[in-house]
Design a protein around this ligand. Structure first.
Ligand code: ADP
Length: 150
């Protein structure tokens, strides 16, 4: 089963950090069985974010999205599980917080289409590209939960 093990890139956006729900978001992924393998708080530059969201360049929401993502620090994480990409997308809910299913993170903590508290990769290939913006390969930790008790 290990061949389906994936990493996904999750970012607690400025609204999540500033609303002080980072702990709730991290707790949710922990309790849903995903493993945290990297985490850092950063204030990405406009240039980094323009590259990160390059696929949306030209869309009407692009410029406000970049301004929003620059407005406060974010917390970037790598979460690992079998089918982590699909699992995390399920947990966060639809892009527009107002359309997100009850119980999803965006429904619980988000505001609207832009201020939706959390980013998560939409494919394993994109996860690798996104994580590379913030982490070196050796930053992704390898460990087992029982390690501390050996
Ligand atoms: P997702 O984050 O669910 O994968 P997208 O990749 O389509 O969604 O969009 C990236 C981000 O751009 C969204 O998370 C959201 O912050 C913003 N966004 C997307 N669509 C809109 C929109 N119609 N209006 C405002 N912001 C949007």
């Amino acid at each position: 089963m290990r061949d389906t093990m994936e990493n996904t890139c999750v970012i607690i956006k400025p609204d999540g950090v500033c609303k002080k729900v980072s702990g709730d978001i991290i707790k949710r992924f922990d309790s849903e069985g995903l493993k945290l393998v990297a985490m850092r708080m950063v204030r990405p530059s406009k240039e980094t974010l323009e590259q990160f969201y390059a696929v949306h360049k030209g869309r009407e929401f692009f410029e406000p999205l970049i301004r929003f993502m620059c407005s406060a620090p974010v917390i970037v994480m790598a979460w690992q599980a079998e089918n982590a990409v699909a699992k995390v997308r399920q947990i966060i809910g639809a892009t527009n917080s107002k359309d997100a299913a009850a119980g999803t993170l965006r429904a619980m903590f988000g505001t609207d289409g832009r201020r939706n508290v959390v980013h998560a990769s939409d494919s394993a290939a994109n996860a690798q590209k996104e994580l590379a913006f913030f982490f070196k390969p050796e930053d992704l930790m390898k460990y087992e939960y029982g390690d501390w008790n050996k």
